[in-house]
Design a protein around this ligand. Structure first.
Ligand code: G3I
Length: 346
C-alpha cells in the first residue's frame, strides 16, 4: 500500500475506533419544526385542517411534520356532527383525530355552539325555550362525551357578540337569552371536566368594544362559578385594516382574569396581487402576533387557519383577497414562515 493511502486507512481506523466516523462531514442537524420551537416556550404551534385535504400527500407531510396541534376546520361543527336530530356522525372528525394521534398532535375541538353551519332541521323551524335547551344540551354532551380525553380545548361558544359588544341575535340568544352561554359551559364541563372550555371570536385581538364585552362576561361567569377556562382570539387580520392596537395588553388582561388565552385561527390576508412589500408587512405582523402570545405565560399556543394558501377559506369569502398563510399555494414557505421561525428562536 502506498504511504498516503496507508495513512488515510490508519486515520480512518482511528476515527472508527473513536466512534467519530459515522456521520459524513456534510451532515447538518435537522432544522427544528415550528412545533419544536414553540415547545421550548411551553406553547404549541398548530394548523387547522379540513377533510378534503386528506388526499394531498405533500400537504399532509408538512401538516404532520411541522405542527404540534391541529383543529378540524369544519368536521366538528353541528351540521356535520348531528345532521339529523339525535343522529350523530363523527366520521369526518375521527379522520382528523386519527391523523393527529399518529403525529402526536394536540387537538382543539371547534365548535359546539355557533350561529353558522347549523343543520337545516335546527334552523328550519321554531323552538320553545324548553325544546331548544334539551336539543342544545344533548348536542353538547353527546359530542363532548364522544371526544372525552382526546381534545385539549373546546370552543364551546363561538362568536357570541357583535362588533359593538351587544349579544349576537343568534337562534340560541333569541330563544334562550344570554344564559345559554353559562348553560353550555356547565353542560360541557359535566361530561369532560378536563377539557379547557373556551369562548372564541374574531376582531377581539386588541382592546375594543367587542373584547370588552368578553372581558365583562368572563369576569361575571367566573364570579358565578361557571367553568370558563379560556378565551380564543381567532386573529383573522387583513393588511388594509392595520395591525390591531394592544394585542399583548389584551391577552394579558384576560390572563389576569384567570383564564388562559389561545390564538385560534390566525391568518393575515392581503389585497391581491401579493407584492413582496405586502408579504414583508404580513411577515412582520405574524411575528408581532406570535410574540404577543409568547410573552404572556397564560397564552398557551397559536393555531393558523390552515397553513397553505392552497386551502385558505379567504378567496371564496373575500374575492380579490388572499395569500393569507405562511406557505404559498405550492407549499413553499413565504416570508411569514421565516418570520415566525425567527420569533420562536429558530
Ligand atoms: O360541505 C359542502 C359541500 O357539500 C359543497 O359541495 C361545497 C360547495 O361549496 O360546500 C361545502 O361546504 C363548505 C364548508 O366550508 C365545508 O367545506 C361551505 O360552502 C363553506 O362556506 C364552508 O366554509 C367554512 C366557513 O368556516 C363557514 O363558516 C370554512 O371552510 C371554514 O374554514 C370557516 O371557519 C370559520 C371558523 O369556523 C370560525 N371562525 C371564522 C372561520 C372562517 O370563516
Amino acid at each position: 500500500m502506498p504511504v498516503s493511502r496507508h495513512l488515510i486507512a490508519l486515520s480512518a481506523a482511528a476515527c472508527l475506533a473513536a466512534g467519530l466516523a459515522a456521520a459524513p462531514a456534510t451532515a447538518e442537524p435537522r432544522p427544528r419544526t415550528l412545533a419544536e420551537l414553540a415547545e421550548k416556550h411551553h406553547k404549541y404551534f398548530g394548523s387547522a385542517t379540513d377533510n378534503p385535504e386528506f388526499t394531498d400527500a405533500a400537504y399532509l407531510k408538512l401538516l404532520g411534520g411541522e405542527f404540534g396541534q391541529t383543529t378540524p376546520g369544519n368536521a366538528m361543527k353541528w351540521e356535520t356532527t348531528e345532521p339529523r336530530r339525535g343522529v350523530f356522525d363523527f366520521t369526518a372528525a375521527e379522520e382528523v383525530m386519527a391523523f393527529a394521534k399518529a403525529h402526536h398532535q394536540k387537538v382543539r375541538g371547534h365548535t359546539l355552539v355557533w350561529h353558522n353551519q347549523l343543520p337545516a332541521w335546527l334552523t328550519g323551524r321554531s323552538w320553545t325555550a324548553g325544546e331548544l335547551r334539551a336539543v342544545l344540551k344533548n348536542h353538547i354532551q353527546t359530542e363532548v362525551r364522544h371526544f372525552k380525553g382526546r381534545v385539549i380545548h373546546w370552543d364551546v361558544v363561538n362568536e357570541a357578540f357583535n362588533e359593538d359588544g351587544t349579544y349576537r341575535e343568534s337562534l340560541f340568544y333569541k330563544t334562550l337569552g344570554p344564559g345559554y352561554i353559562a348553560d353550555a359551559l356547565r353542560w360541557a364541563h359535566e361530561v369532560d371536566p378536563h377539557a379547557k372550555l373556551y369562548l372564541n371570536d374574531y376582531n377581539v385581538d386588541g382592546v375594543n368594544a367587542k373584547s370588552d364585552a368578553y372581558y365583562k362576561l368572563i369576569k361575571q361567569l367566573k364570579a358565578d362559578g361557571v367553568p370558563v377556562e379560556g378565551f380564543g382570539l381567532q386573529g383573522h387580520l387583513a393588511l388594509q385594516y392595520g395591525f390591531p392596537a394592544g394585542v399583548q395588553e389584551n391577552i394579558q388582561r384576560f390572563a389576569d382574569l384567570g383564564v388562559e388565552v389561545a390564538v385560534t385561527e390566525l391568518d393575515i390576508r392581503v389585497n391581491l396581487p401579493a407584492t413582496p412589500e405586502k408579504l414583508a408587512t404580513q411577515a412582520a405582523w405574524y411575528a408581532d402576533y406570535v410574540k404577543a402570545c409568547l410573552v404572556v405565560r397564560k397564552c398557551v399556543g397559536v393555531t393558523i387557519w390552515d397553513y397553505t394558501d392552497k386551502y385558505s377559506w379567504i378567496p371564496s369569502v373575500f374575492p380579490g383577497e388572499g395569500a393569507a398563510l405562511p406557505y404559498d399555494e405550492n407549499l413553499t414557505p413565504k416570508p411569514a414562515y421565516h418570520a415566525i421561525r425567527k420569533v420562536l428562536g429558530g
